[in-house]
Structure formats: structure tokens, C-alpha cells
Design a protein around this ligand. Sequence first.
Ligand SMILES: Nc1ncnc2c1ncn2[C@@H]1O[C@H](COP(=O)(O)OP(=O)(O)OP(=O)(O)O)[C@@H](O)[C@H]1O
Ligand SMILES: [Mg+2]
Length: 368
Amino acid sequence: MTSSDAYISIRNVDKYFGTFQAIDDISMDIAEGEFFSLLGASGCGKTTLLRMLAGFESCSSGEIYIDGQPTSDIPPHRREVNMVFQSYAIFPHLNVADNIAYGLRKQKLPRAKRQEMIDEMLDLIALPGYGKRRANELSGGQRQRIALARALILRPKVLLLDEPLGALDKQLREQMQLELRALQRQVGITFVFVTHDQEEAMTLSDRIAVMAGGRVLQLDTPLGLYENPKSRDIANFIGNMNFFRGVVRRDGSREGAIDVEGLGVIPVPLEQLTRPDGAPVQVALRPEKFTITPDEPETAPRVAGKVRDSAYLGERSHFYIEIPDKEEPVAVSSPNLTRNDRKLAEARTGKPIWLSFSPESIVILDAE
Ligand SMILES: Nc1ncnc2c1ncn2[C@@H]1O[C@H](COP(=O)(O)OP(=O)(O)OP(=O)(O)O)[C@@H](O)[C@H]1O
Ligand SMILES: [Mg+2]
């Protein structure tokens, strides 16, 4: 994405609270209609950045542009931005319908139209008929859904959502995820969504900014983050990963290679091998990139190992495999396509097996 089609453009933004730096030189662009997520552990600065987009906090330095306009002089109520807060701030003395319609009070809407909009929102958040209920007679998850409806009914250009599904149980959460995504596509609102749940971010987002310590570690599509993590931290944060020590081999031939602990010499196209001969690297491989077989496969690379542990999970099985010359066992996740696959998962500890993988599935990272 280029800056010219950015709807929100964050440029070299810092935020200090006293001497504590909560946001550390963040620059990124968000496109119109994008479902964009901020993902990171507690305290990494997600809410702070969202509050800066909404105008509740100023930038200590840098600038945020929305639709090409610098925002530092625009107060929150004049930004076409609406925020759904982490703690569901709804009015306890109002009923559900009045809470949802709160932002409409200045628009002189006909009664029937207002009611129609409220009913549409109640359906959307799966609370039909709840309009007359008092807000203090609701569960935490129900309040959170009301807060979401109250923001959505205004159809803002940008909706900032701070863990809006955090208080919901798994089933309702997954249902609301699908509905949020469908609604976002339907109305084309730009969503900036905060979560510390990587699966939720992967399910919903066009792109994800992974944050730590006030910085963006990697900004990418879900696929990019999963298949091409730029660091060990990212690889660990998104899914599971095996790590191996390796050394670059480029002996003047056209093909490069990496000599990998436990796995042997793996051919790697030279264009992927930006480091010099002898450079230490880390090689990362996701558990599902391995194929596990009882007999030696014909494909290379392959390595003989022994089952240390296995668990049958129905659609797939998880294994820990010991291989020579590597201390940590290799985590393998294998689909149960046939009954034979299942039998493998019931293998006793110590059973000899083979692992193979495609050289393209490795990720090359800086050495620790
Ligand atoms: N008003 C404030 N004054 C001082 N420090 C603050 C203030 N607001 C936030 N911080 C600090 O800034 C850091 C980032 O806080 P923030 O609320 O943005 O984290 P977060 O990523 O939203 O975390 P969580 O997932 O727990 O909600 C934290 O260390 C927090 O203590
Ligand atoms: Mg927060």
C-alpha cells in the first residue's frame, strides 16, 4: 500500500506519559474500508494508539492524518471516528434502546425510522426484543454488544474497537466475529480493531500490526505473518514454531544451502540467502510442514526420528519427535486422513518414524 491511498496515515508518532514512552515512533498507513488489527500483549500500547486516533490523547510528536487532514487540532467529536471501549461504557440509567440510539438524539429522525434502526441493531447483536430492558439488568457480554450497536448505528467512517468481544464466551464470540466481518464488508467502514487474541486477529483482519513495547514489530497480512514471520518473537506469537540452529553454505556453486542442526543440508535458492557463507542463522519450521511416515520416504530432505510423545485430537494428531543432534524434540502436527494415520498417533513411545518436509517451507531468521 502506498501513502496516497491511505485513509489513516500515522507518521512517526510518539507518546509519553511523563517520562514513560508508551508509543515509540510508529508509522503506518490504513486503507479505506480495511479491517485492520492491532495485536499484542497487555501493556504494549494498543489502547493508547486507538485513543490517539480518536483524539482522546494527543501525540507527543509525529502526526496522524485522516482522509489527508492532519488531526492534531481536530477534537474527538469533530472526527468521523467512533470508538467502542474496552470497558463497555453504557449508561446504566437508560434502557437498551435509548443506549443504542444515544448518538442519534441530535438528528431529528422520525420515530418510526429511529425504531427501525434500533431494531436492526438489536437483531445484529442477537438481542431482539431487548429494547425496553434496563442496561443494569444485562450480563457483561450483553452490555458489550450494546456498546457495539451504539457505535455502529452512527455509521462512522472509522470505527475503533478496543477488544469489543473480550467478555463474550467462545461460541458467541465466534458468531459475533463473523457478523462483525460481514457488517464491515457490507457498510465499508474502516475498522481498527484491538485484540490480544491472535486467532481472532487472523480470522477478521485484512492486515495486522503486531505490537510490543510501543513499537510495531511486523505489519502484514495474516498469511504473511504466519508464513513469513520476521523474527522469533513474531513466529512464536502467531501459532507454533520449531527452531533449529543453522549455518549458511554458499560454496561458489549456483545453489545455496543451509546446514541445519538435526536436519542436515537443505538447499535454498541463492536469492533467499542474503547472508554470507558461514553466517549463523535460525531456521524455523511450522509443525504442520512436516510429513510423518513409518517408512523412509523417497523425498528429501528427510530425517529419521523416534516418537517421544503423541496425542490423537480427532482431525489431527500432535507428535513430539526426537531426532539425532537436536536437544529439543520437534513438534509435528499431522492430519488424520486415513485409519493408518490414526494408528501412527497411537504409536508407543520410542517408535522409529521418518520426518520429511519441503525445503520451501523453511523460514530463515537472524541467529539469536
Ligand atoms: N494515562 C496514562 N498514564 C500513564 N501511563 C499510562 C497511561 N495510559 C497507559 N499507560 C501505560 O502505557 C502502556 C500502554 O498502555 P495501553 O493501555 O495502551 O496498553 P494495551 O496494549 O491496551 O494493554 P491491554 O491489553 O492490557 O489493554 C502501559 O504500560 C500503561 O501502563
Ligand atoms: Mg487496552
